[in-house]
Ligand binder design. Sequence first.
Ligand SMILES: [Zn+2]
Length: 136
Amino acid sequence: MRDLKLTFRCEGCESMIAFPASEAGMIRECPECGGWVDVPEATRRDPSESQHTLASFQEELNKRYFEENVRQQAEKARQIETTDRHQEWVRQNLERESASLARREELLEREARLVACFERIAVSFEAILAKWAKNV
Ligand SMILES: [Zn+2]
């Protein structure tokens, strides 16, 4: 405690006045306006001081709230990033799969073309053989 004084505002003249703590609960004369004042029972801090305390408390609360908000935003961003990365992974896998399917189709097509080519060769070879057999 800074001193044993009770500081409060006079209801008559609105001046900040102080009385010794030992006079708490007594009726005294305001040194500013001369009106009667009730010296309060409880020790009151200078209102500007308690306002300051309230302001810093509010500030602290705002800061905490802000920090919590930032933390939550970061967490949300992290989750979105994880989801994005997962989707990217799925997309890449699908791409790879469709690429390998396309490659397989291409190979099958090439094989079919080769088979057709061999069949044509076989057919003409048979024709040549038949002609040759007639001539012999
Ligand atoms: Zn007064």
